[in-house]
Design a protein. Sequence first.
Length: 128
Amino acid sequence: MTESGVVDVASNHSVVETIDRLDSLVRSSGLLVFARIDFSGDAGRAGLTLGPMQMLIFGNPRAGTPLLVESPRSGLDLPLKALAWQDAKGKVWISFNDPEYIVRRHGLGDELGRNIAGAAAIVRKAAE
């Protein structure tokens, strides 16, 4: 984990395919998809240029609510998010906040940390 808590994983797919895969994995894991943001599409509609970039916001209220009760400011990091983006060389990445970082950042214990620990594996699998 980096000091910032951000994990970058190289994806074997395009930005759209990576987020499509993550969406499918999230839903099949019983989690909710709250939103999908197409940053590059929004930029284009505003007359601006941005390389391919999309975000998926997802989670589970049963898992996240206890974290919010313990530390309301954990809502800054919840629901969970994953950002797929293409770098200047054309390589696609998926980035997310490490669940361990979120737990440490908000002073949550290991027991509550288990509520979100599995998210990292789901995001990594989307990149495979």
